[in-house]
Design a protein around this ligand. Structure first.
Ligand code: KG4
Ligand code: ZN
Length: 342
């Protein structure tokens, strides 16, 4: 019997993602982003994102079907992100998925966006496969979460997450205050290459011993952002030039350090010698470099899916759907809702 053919729909943030997989084979991964529309606001505007999904979804679906060379009738199931994410944005994808499921009389699976990021790993084509359990660090503009994944479909534990800004959001806000364009992450990354990461010691949020009881695996980036803002303001007030490269490098170092310190602490505490990275911030050169260094030193195997599978996409949702089907999970009933805090 052939592996299941699954359509995945992802609309939790600003990417409209339509993916089609057969089992763990990627057939199509169409992504339309509304990032440009949010640029002038300096961050994702929920209402704008939701409207953009409504416009992008149907063309993206047709493009994905054409790319995969399949018809809707051939699908075995539909998987859709039901949370976490922006409510209005999620509702567009959930509504579309339900409509398709009813019209085509196909089973539907509501899936968790964060677990989807982990599921993306099964689509790798380098002949390796994910070993479980693993610790997963997911960092994007919308989330910063540390997961313990024992089983992709039935046993995922949220160890910690950001209590304020997401890591990507912090990159975007610091970029803005340095006068760099949105989204700022790639710009900070580029400017930082010419700077000294030790020039300024910025705070590492939630790393003091007093934070450890309650927030051992949680993250906080708003204090870091404020510290950078104060430092830059003080320079400007004194009429001095702001050493952009040093600020960018020192900020980037602080983010990379705190992310990997906590991720590797979880690997050690749970005795799990594997770390998987996901989310758009994984594009960051220093985060990748420091992850490689620290994992090697700790004897932890580092897995980073290709970047197009790290950023938000529908293929990872389809892949997780396929895992659910193959594990014999019952489909969701149609009364599930979009859950922004899932
Ligand atoms: O996963 P993603 O593509 O989508 C959403 O979060 O919706 O992540 C986008 C985020 C943005 O905040 C962007 O600034 C950040 O990832 N980002 C980076 C880099 N490339 C993208 N942050 C740091 N360094 C980068 N090279
Ligand atoms: Zn994401």
């Amino acid at each position: 019997r052939q592996e299941p053919l699954i359509l995945g729909i992802e609309t939790s943030c600003d990417e409209t993602g339509i993916g089609i997989v057969r089992g763990s084979t990627l057939l199509a991964n169409v992504i339309t982003s509304s990032m440009d529309e949010h640029a002038r606001y300096g961050g994702v505007v929920p209402e704008v994102a939701a409207r953009a999904h409504l416009e992008a979804l149907e063309p993206a679906l047709r493009a994905a079907l054409a790319e995969a060379g399949v018809t809707l009738a051939e699908l075995d199931a539909i998987a859709v992100t039901s949370g976490p994410g922006l409510s209005g944005a999620l509702m567009v994808g959930v509504g579309a998925a339900k409509a398709l499921a009813v019209a085509l009389d196909k089973p539907i699976y509501a899936v968790n966006h964060l677990v989807g990021h982990v599921g993306a790993d099964v689509l790798r084509t380098d002949g390796t496969s994910i070993e479980l359990p693993t610790i997963a660090l997911l960092v994007s503009g919308g989330h910063t979460s540390l997961l313990l994944v024992r089983d992709l479909v039935s046993d995922v534990e949220l160890l910690g997450e950001t209590i304020d800004d997401a890591a990507g959001e912090a990159f975007d806000k610091v970029a803005r205050l340095l006068g760099l364009p949105y989204p700022g992450g790639p710009h900070i990354d580029r400017v930082a290459e010419g700077g000294d990461p030790k020039a300024i010691r910025f705070p590492r949020g939630l790393s003091q011993s007093k934070d450890m009881a309650k927030h051992r695996y949680d993250f906080s980036f708003s204090g870091l952002k404020t510290a950078v803002a104060r430092w830059v303001e003080a320079k400007r007030d004194a009429g001095e030039d702001v050493p952009m490269a040093d600020v960018a490098a020192s900020f980037r170092e602080a983010v990379a350090d705190i992310l990997l310190t906590k991720a590797l602490a979880a690997c050690a505490a749970y005795g799990i010698p594997r770390l998987l990275l996901g989310g758009g911030v994984v594009a960051n050169a220093r985060i990748r470099e420091l992850a490689a260094e620290r994992c090697a030193a700790a004897g932890v195997e580092l897995r980073i899916p290709p970047l197009e599978l790290c950023t938000d996409n529908g293929a990872m949702i389809a892949a997780l759907g396929a895992q659910l089907v193959q594990a014999g999970f019952p489909p969701s009933t149609l009364d599930f809702s979009a859950d922004s805090t899932l």
